[in-house]
Design a protein. Sequence first.
Lengths: 328, 328
Amino acid sequence: MELDVVGVGNAIVDVLAAASDEFLAQHGLAKGSMTLIDEGRARELYGSMGPAREASGGSAANTMAGVASLGGRPAYIGRVCNDQLGEIFSHDMRASGIHFAVPPAAGGPSTARCLILVTPDAQRTMNTYLGACVDLCAEDVDDDLVRRGQVLYLEGYLWDKPKAKDAFIKAARIASAAGRRVALTLSDSFCVARHRESFLDLVARHVDILFANESEIKALYATDSFDEAVQHARRDTKLAALTRGARGSVLVAGSELVEVAAAPVSRVIDTTGAGDLYAAGVLFGLTHGDSLAAAGRRGSIAAAEVITHYGARPEQRLSELVSASLQA
Amino acid sequence: MELDVVGVGNAIVDVLAAASDEFLAQHGLAKGSMTLIDEGRARELYGSMGPAREASGGSAANTMAGVASLGGRPAYIGRVCNDQLGEIFSHDMRASGIHFAVPPAAGGPSTARCLILVTPDAQRTMNTYLGACVDLCAEDVDDDLVRRGQVLYLEGYLWDKPKAKDAFIKAARIASAAGRRVALTLSDSFCVARHRESFLDLVARHVDILFANESEIKALYATDSFDEAVQHARRDTKLAALTRGARGSVLVAGSELVEVAAAPVSRVIDTTGAGDLYAAGVLFGLTHGDSLAAAGRRGSIAAAEVITHYGARPEQRLSELVSASLQA
């Protein structure tokens, strides 16, 4: 069976807690960013956090959950450990209708977790202990699976670990050779800053479809001008889908450029997963014959759902939300 | 330092997923009930459930979290295993401001989990694998801790395991001997049915304050008449606080009887924890000089908060909600 999208990413369980701006300041956390932390720091930060709730996360994994909820056929490549959090992650993937067959590591570091502090402004600040993700390697990339996907979707976060980077490159080569499209999300402006030169090279050489938010695309092209960044992205990719929070998104493909409004939301609770779900909508649209504008709208609807509750995966069936929106 | 309430209960992590009425029927689940399941059944049911989210639960533990959120000083006695779910449970208790010092079991069954299926009518159907809870025993009851609490709060669910029952009885005797009040929640009508005779004996001999919902109190007194059940409870206890869902609650103490309306709610999402949080409000009120009516209202406000979101613990600071309600 042909798949719509094959995602490769860090397999993570999110640990979400409300926090004040003062808490972020006290712990030296930059609001809105993703910071990699070691196990000791994870223990220390967790010990000082408030009561939390847990939910499967991981950027590309969230996107695949969104594709499934929209009615698509996604698969996922990522690595958990054979522990309780790994069981939770694996369950949630399969129960969401995502093909996920990478066996859990039998030992070694525990399943990754991301300590997410949600401030009253609904912004999320993430602290990731990568744990078992560091064991993701080229051998985990199933050639046949990658060939079956219309689009290969890669998260920039993988770039932080050398072995995962190898897996990433291997997957991109397989997909390109099979005539499949390669999509990348830049993930985080700090992640872009850490790897700017190699990301620029990667985008120019391997990437057909680029996802980024405004600060990430500006960081990639080292410019303060969003419009200038859009022009760079237009030149480097076949399609760039660039999000601007409440101001919606811009999709640019060659001479075509469309602006899409954000979908209305009654109350924003937690922005975790907004970009991931936007990508899900766009990827589903692109693999199901949508126009650029329609794909962007689908992304906006998916993102709007996920920011109205805690957690980075949809709680409502997105295919029904899209249908309701088309009828409205 | 004196404590307001010391709770004793099954230490459980909840695994919450949306489910249809058809799912309940297919799996032979009685809506609204709590069923004890073994590890094999837990695996089977989990495997067929949809994607879930995890949050610390356990009836008495939820109540202690409510007491803390109202500004009180609670402690908790319950048993987890030294695993990831046990770490989550312990973190959430301490981060909520609850004194919790029972060491995790070093081996044996894993931390208890409750598979909770939430139907579109916001009803919750619970399936509990007790795991490490079966190791809770009389030695876990810290005499001094129990004596420090103004009220000892026990959950009926403990009655399902002989060793936990011993712990329960020991705690009740210590509290009574120290002149403290002993409170019991009946927990579940099926639980009452399993242990009716011994619960009747327990209520008459050891219990000062009884919490139950309408179906539980009717089951205890084997009557179809709520009013008749109220009269029995009036005779057997110093105070009975009896909940009736959207119809509010009745508190009866000797010749005094007050009816309290349910607090208004915009949209009910998940009723898990409603009874637990009602009990928290009443217990806080009773240990802080409230009248019966005021304690009942505090319970209604706490219950209303917890049913507007997934999970059985408050997401907003209950003390602030109560203040806001008094000013309105």
